[in-house]
Design a binder for this molecule. Structure first.
Ligand code: SF4
Length: 343
């Protein structure tokens, strides 16, 4: 923390008191709510995290990241000054010297190659304020048109696909508590047990009520352990795999024709496309046996309610938008959207 901020904080908080801050974990999309205890009654300020029981999403759960990752910020081995490479080794320098060195380098690049020679890459982990400042820094200070962030190759695929299909950005279409009422759940490239562990109990509840869980992932993960059917697709072949499932859904007629007619533009084209798919070819390129593709399509197609979750495994591809669109086609074809336990 800079001296300025430290001074500000010292003025805000009295040294001899204990504080409880209601906040939320910043480390994944679940944003689980938590209490940050700040004990300033001892010589050295102590911190502790406890879950906020009233959080309707996490239902009062926190994973190890939420409970303990704040300790990184307090670690005594964190760098506290810039390091400049001199004769192949790093030496600590003042912030003034670091800023001067950096600005001279940037100016020399831009004089030689133009303003756009510099690009800026941010992160989804930045706060709104930092993201805003980074944008200003790029456009006003550097005057470069190149600014991007890791989301481009991440959840943007889901956003793009949802925009194309529904006209709105991504997001869950149903409350998490409805997961337990889905008869079939497809987790495509979504390793919930390791990446968003605090919502895993929703899936366990669904399983306990008899839901069938299909995991699509080349790897064996903690999530695949709860699967009834694990499709170990070759990396990058998820879109083809869904097309194989679509074919079975059409051939064996698990299609919700009235929904398709009433609510889906291009439904007829989708049907004839699905019929034209060659299942042998799908088996060959995805590495998933035909009988498994058929079983997955039957489980999802025959269920009266069902949900599909895609995540980075299906989205982080050059054609990630199309892959997610294919999963959305599965949902649209069977009309499993816009009602309880579907989405
Ligand atoms: S699941 Fe874990 S990392 Fe994600 S928000 Fe909750 S506590 Fe944080």
């Amino acid at each position: 923390m800079s001296d300025f901020l430290k001074g500000f904080r010292e003025r805000e908080y009295q040294q001899d008191k204990e504080y409880l801050h209601e906040t939320q974990c910043p480390f994944c999309s679940m944003q689980c709510k938590m209490n940050l205890h700040e004990d300033r009654s001892k010589q050295k300020t102590r911190y502790k995290i406890t879950p906020l029981k009233s959080d309707p999403v996490s239902e009062g759960r926190l994973c190890p990241k939420g409970l303990f990752s704040y300790k990184h910020a307090l670690s005594s081995s964190r760098l506290r000054t810039p390091l400049l490479k001199v004769d192949d080794s790093f030496v600590p320098v003042s912030w003034e010297k670091a800023y001067h060195w950096l600005s001279q380098k940037i100016i020399s690049f831009q004089v030689k190659y133009g303003k756009n020679a510099m690009s800026v890459y941010g992160s989804g982990a930045l706060t709104n304020e930092k993201a805003y400042l980074l944008g200003k820094f790029s456009r006003v200070a550097l005057e470069t048109k190149y600014i991007d962030y890791n989301g481009r190759f991440c959840m943007s695929s889901a956003a793009g696909a949802s925009n194309q299909a529904f006209g709105v950005d991504r997001g869950l279409t149903n409350p998490l508590r409805e997961i337990q009422d889905a008869e079939c759940i497809i987790l495509a490239g979504a390793n919930i047990a390791e990446c968003q562990p605090t919502i895993m109990p929703y899936f366990r509840k669904a399983k306990a009520s008899g839901a069938k869980i299909i995991v699509i992932d080349p790897r064996e993960t903690l999530t695949s352990k709860v699967a009834d059917l694990h499709l170990k697709v070759k990396p990058g072949m998820d879109a083809a795999l869904v097309n194989g499932m679509l074919k079975i859904i059409v051939d064996e007629d698990y299609v919700n024709h009235s929904f398709l007619q009433k609510s889906v533009e291009g439904g007829r084209e989708l049907l004839s496309f699905a019929r034209s798919i060659d299942l042998d070819e799908v088996e060959r390129i995805t590495g998933v046996a035909k009988n498994q593709i058929i079983e997955a399509a039957r489980l999802y197609g025959r269920a009266t309610t069902g949900m599909v979750f895609t995540a980075r495994g299906a989205e982080q591809h050059a054609g990630g938008v199309n892959t997610v669109r294919n999963f959305i086609n599965l949902v649209l074809m069977t009309g499993k959207i816009g009602k309880h336990g579907c989405g």
